[in-house]
Design a protein around this ligand. Structure first.
Ligand code: PMP
Length: 436
């Protein structure tokens, strides 16, 4: 029997049955389906601060945060007020509007390597557009990516991808032509020798290297010290662009994202953003060097567009969220993150469960294995069954974790001491469940 039964969530189970009749798998994004952990996915009815409430009326402390965007918690009053105000003035114009300028200025001000930025509606669009631009700028075909990194469901980036592709243990995706996959070179993460070897052999053909600024889609795997510098050095030597995907890390790992957190004196050519900058609405962006961005239509020949790009409600939510993300927010994220991850590790240690907690600033995840995780092979060598038992024990205790061993746990500035206490109280029982 599934560890979490329909009896525990009858309203969710009923909605899932209806959803499955009209939507593949009953969900609009695969990881939501609980496939790797089993049981009934919870249909959420509302969110407030650090909690979500499902359609059966059960409340959970939320450690998913909509997979990253909800950095201020759910239904933050100032964000909601900005959304109301914007919506009352019209929900889409299909023309330029002031908030788009303000949001772009906020991004450019926070992230120094971004000289120009264009707004899109999802992280997938951001990475897809950045890659097209890199190919247009260099006139070269190949894209280098790292195994276990996820950059959205862009055809050429679904090779050896993390996130849901990892959760479902798919090697890649059907529907991507072999010729297209052949233009993507997949390397192990944190392996400078493999990078140098590929560039020595095919460097003249590489348009760009795309990397998660710090990987969060195979669990959290930060770049080794010096790895980002090596990416910069090798790409520059061969005239290829470096694209840093900050969709998950952007405006979360610091006010300037992972780039600001790692504090390097080397800059990527292009960066992609999403999640936090949309404040819970569909808003994302890509940006970087002015000379590269100048190739975009209407100024240049690389086409890119969107009916809802720069949407007035989404930009109001994103702008308000970013303006509220001050030093106090980032220090609260750090505090909540370290309290929870230390308690998780302590509980698992006491229960004798092999595990490894890894962090990238306040992002963290728990691998159910011993030893450092530096790449996708390491990440896959974990006990996903133990994770499933742990997940369901946490869920039953009122804590909503990502329903996959390959996803990051996200905290928010709305996680107050009471919410943190509820997580800490749930951990020993879940660790015992994981021990089996
Ligand atoms: N890049 C990264 C690093 C991501 O984490 C994600 C989403 N999890 C994406 C791109 C794709 O973003 P979206 O789901 O908005 O298309």
């Amino acid at each position: 029997t599934a560890p979490s039964t329909a009896e525990r969530a009858p309203a969710s189970a009923a909605l899932l049955a209806r959803a499955r009749a009209v939507t593949p798998g009953g969900v609009n994004s695969p990881v939501r389906a609980f496939r790797s952990v089993g049981g009934t996915p919870r249909f959420m009815a509302s969110g407030r601060g650090p909690t979500l409430t499902d359609v059966d009326g059960r409340e959970y402390v939320d450690l998913v945060g909509s997979w990253g965007p909800m950095i201020l918690g759910h239904a933050h009053p100032e964000v909601i007020a900005a959304v109301h105000d914007a919506a009352a003035r019209g929900t889409s114009f299909g023309t330029p509007s002031e908030n788009e300028v303000l949001l772009a200025e906020e991004i450019v001000e926070r992230v120094a390597p971004v000289e120009r930025v264009r707004l899109v509606s999802s992280g997938t669009e951001a990475t897809m557009s950045a890659i097209r631009l890199a190919r247009g700028f260099t006139g070269r075909p190949l894209v280098v990516k790292f195994a276990g990194h996820y950059h959205g469901h862009v055809d050429s980036l679904l090779v050896a991808a993390g996130s849901g592709v990892a959760t479902l243990a798919l090697p890649d995706s059907a529907g991507v032509p072999a010729e297209m996959a052949a233009e993507t070179v997949v390397l192990p993460y944190n392996d400078v020798a493999a990078l140098e070897a590929v560039f020595a052999a095919r460097g003249e053909q590489v348009a760009c290297v795309i990397t998660e600024a710090a990987a969060g889609n195979m669990g959290v795997v930060p770049p080794d010290p010096g790895f980002t510098e090596a990416l910069r050095r090798v790409t520059a030597e061969h005239g290829a662009l470096l694209v840093s995907d900050e969709v998950m890390t952007g405006f979360r790992c610091s006010r300037a994202g992972w780039w600001g957190h790692e504090d390097l004196d080397v800059a990527p050519d292009l960066l992609t953003f999403g999640k936090v900058m949309g404040g819970g609405f569909p808003a994302a962006a890509f940006g970087g060097r002015a000379d590269v961005m100048a190739l975009l239509a209407p100024d240049g020949p690389v086409y890119q567009a969107g009916t809802l790009s720069g949407n007035p409600v989404a930009t109001a939510a994103g702008l308000t969220t970013l303006r509220l993300c001050d030093d106090a927010v980032y220090s609260r994220l750090d505090e909540v993150s370290s309290t929870i991850r230390e308690a998780a590790s302590e509980a698992l240690t006491k229960a004798g469960v092999p595990h490894r907690v890894q962090t990238a600033s306040s992002m963290f995840s728990v691998f159910f294995r011993d030893g450092t995780v530096r790449d996708y092979d390491d990440a896959r060598a974990q006990d996903t069954e133990a994770f499933a038992r742990f997940f369901h024990a946490m869920l039953d205790a009122g804590v909503y974790l990502p329903p996959s061993a390959y996803e990051c746990w996200f905290v928010s500035a709305a996680h107050d001491d009471a919410a943190v206490e509820r997580v800490l109280a749930a951990l020993p029982g879940a660790a015992a469940a994981a021990a089996g």
